[in-house]
Design a protein around this ligand. Sequence first.
Ligand code: FES
Length: 102
Amino acid sequence: MAKITFITKDQEEIIVEATSGSVMELAVKNNVTGIDGDCGGVCSCATCHVQVDPSHVSKTGEASEIEQDMLELDDDANEYSRLCCQLQITDAMDGVVLNVVK
Ligand code: FES
């Protein structure tokens, strides 16, 4: 079980728990503002862009090459950016804080 905190653009804090699936699916299911998941999770829309809290990067690991290519097209991307459809929920993700970009 992993507890995941989303912080929206409006500074709303949404805390949800799950055991599996992608973080994008979890966010959409819980109506997290700013996470749309338009491409259904195939890493081609960037509507699931989040920035990992800098102290939690070890929980999420690094973006894949295809993910980095997609993020390069987004002006708001930085070194902490991830597409959360590419983040799988595992116990290792417990406690992670994700800032929603849009
Ligand atoms: S849902 Fe489209 S890139 Fe993540």
